[in-house]
Design a protein around this ligand. Structure first.
Ligand code: IPD
Ligand code: CA
Ligand code: CA
Length: 266
């Protein structure tokens, strides 16, 4: 596939940060057995990765706005473009030595997602998409799964961590979906959940309570792989509300219906 110049910049930032994360991840595995644990080390790894990404992106496009999980928002002079970055999505996994985490970088133009990269550095899986240009995994074109029967489907979700609210809603929704899907998965990285929905590993995915940087790149990946993505009401406010529901046309609609039933029962 021919990548645009801007996508190349994003890929180079994501892979550079990803290589640093893998080095730090190997160290985390050693710190795991220490009494203090790897907590401080991980938050440093996270910040380092964001600095690497921001430096690369700002060097290429100095005027663009930037929002990253670690450093917050910075208004650019260009007024049209914004980077949306999560340097390490799947921090809890990373912290516990579980090799499922990713770098996520999206680019918005006038509020529309135009490019996205999700990179899983441990598996060396690079997911890229450009608006209107399709989605790819390491140069292989992606298409969402084509399953139609929900009882054949593997559905991914995210559950609220300790201290995050809405445990009741999560349990109601999980109960509803478990009664109809073949299996449910909770892998711990929203960016990868969406990338894996784009690549057909998951038939559908839903989660609430997310931030724009968790899902911006992944939303574009799913759409460019021919999938459907909405918020919990079927609308377009995923990045604002932090709720996301994704799948093919049919699994998306059925998942949405299960979630609405759970909401009505709440
Ligand atoms: C988290 C992951 C996780 C989701 C959480 C997010 P982080 O991001 O995407 O899958 O369930 O809500 O906060 O903290 O690892 O960057
Ligand atoms: Ca995240
Ligand atoms: Ca993060």
């Amino acid at each position: 596939m021919a990548r645009s110049a801007i996508l190349n910049v994003m890929v180079s930032a994501a892979t550079k940060a990803g290589r640093g994360l893998v080095r730090d991840f190997n160290e985390v595995e050693n710190l795991q057995v220490s009494r203090k644990g790897p907590g401080d080390f991980v938050s440093l790894a996270d910040k380092k990765a964001e600095t690497t990404i921001k430096t690369e992106l700002m060097k290429a496009r100095p005027g663009y706005s930037f929002i990253g999980e670690e450093g917050g928002a910075e208004e650019g002079t260009d007024g049209q473009h914004r980077w949306i970055v999560d340097p390490l999505d799947g921090t809890t996994n990373f912290l516990h030595g579980i090799p499922l985490f990713a770098v996520s970088i999206a680019l918005e133009r006038q509020g529309v997602l135009v490019a996205g990269v999700v990179y899983n550095p441990v598996m060396d899986e690079l997911y890229v998409a450009e608006r209107g240009g399709g989605a790819f995994l390491n140069d292989r074109r992606l298409r969402v799964a084509q399953r139609r029967d929900f009882d054949d489907c593997v559905v991914a979700t995210g559950l609220p961590n300790l201290g995050k609210g809405e445990h009741g809603r999560a349990l109601r929704e999980l109960g509803g979906v478990m009664l109809h899907a073949a299996a449910v998965r909770r892998c711990g990285s929203a960016a990868l959940d969406l990338a894996w929905t784009a690549s057909g590993r998951f038939d559908a995915y839903w989660e609430h309570g997310l931030q724009s940087w968790d899902i911006a790149a992944g939303v574009l990946l799913v759409r460019e792989a021919g999938g459907f993505v909405s918020d919990a009401k079927g609308g377009e406010t995923m990045l604002e509300t932090g709720s996301v529901v994704a799948g093919n046309e049919r699994t998306h609609a059925e998942l949405l219906a299960h979630l609405k039933r759970a909401a009505a029962a709440g």
